[in-house]
Design a protein around this ligand. Structure first.
Ligand code: HPA
Length: 269
């Protein structure tokens, strides 16, 4: 795999993706951050060697390089999901390429259902831990040049970045919460019993992404920061009919606030 990673990174360097400091992955309805990236170079996923192609509406499917918060960044507008039929290893291939390009930290966002009964739609939840109920992307032979066979997961989300993000949010007057994100395979949203189960086993929010990317980044010792935008509630009495469009709309509502937090956080890297 290392050879493929290097080949893809070399291709992107030849397009001008030189020395990004931060990697960004934008979830459903959260791609608007990219309008604030200056001096953009864009490459559609379809043109990138060995990249899968995003098949989901609302996931534009391109890699963007440019300046954000005064730093060089590489951003995925649209990510890959296990439910699209790609294995976890392929879903997370772009994270490996970002690391090869030189990122020092990875910033992720997603839309998620809130199972913590205190949550409201539109809340911004900083992820401080996770539960992985999707295939682990590290299953298979391990390449010791990339990372260890048995990576530690005692601190999956960087404590310093979380503290900084809380300070940044407070400074901007944006309320944030913290919590545990649980990843499912999707593509179904949860039944009421599944939401209840996820709450009982310790989740605050549930979604179909992010955790494989976090595991891959931690395998390579890349510090991670991640946020969920709560787009619907999996709480008894508050469960409503959920569609991809309703999730997108709710996410777009909080997108600007999330973007402001990410920008200051990356500026402070
Ligand atoms: N469940 C799973 N994934 C999601 C949800 C949800 O309620 N909302 C947004 N993504």
């Amino acid at each position: 795999m290392l050879e493929k990673i290097i080949k893809t990174a070399d291709f992107l360097r030849s397009k001008g993706f030189t020395d990004p400091e931060a990697g960004i992955v934008l979830g459903t309805g959260l791609g608007g951050l990219t309008t604030e990236i200056d001096n953009q170079i864009e490459v559609p996923y379809a043109e990138i060697p060995d990249f899968p192609v995003s098949t989901v509406k609302g996931h534009a499917g391109k890699l963007i390089f440019g300046d954000f918060g005064g730093k060089k960044v590489v951003a995925m507008k649209g990510r890959f999901h296990y439910y699209e039929g790609y294995g976890s290893e392929l879903v997370t291939f772009p994270i490996r390429v970002m690391k090869e390009l030189g990122i020092r930290a990875l910033f992720l966002s997603n839309a998620a259902g809130g199972v913590n009964p205190t949550f409201r739609i539109g809340d911004i939840m900083i992820i401080d831990d996770h539960i992985c109920l999707v295939d682990n992307p590290l299953i298979g032979p391990n390449d010791d040049r990339i990372g260890p066979r048995f990576p530690d997961m005692s601190v999956p989300y960087d404590k310093e970045l979380i503290e900084k993000a809380e300070a940044v949010a407070a400074g901007l007057g944006i309320p944030v919460t913290k919590g545990v994100y649980l990843s499912t395979t999707g593509p179904t949203f949860e039944t009421p019993a599944e939401y209840r189960f996820f709450r009982i086993i310790g989740a605050d929010a549930v979604g179909m992404s992010t955790v494989p990317e976090v595991i891959t980044a931690r395998h390579m010792n890349v510090p991670v920061f991640a946020v969920s935008i709560i787009t619907d509630l999996g709480v008894e009495g508050k469960i409503e009919y959920t569609t991809h469009e309703s999730v997108q709309q709710a996410a777009e509502h909080s997108e600007e606030k999330m973007t402001r937090i990410m920008k200051e956080l990356i500026a402070a890297l």
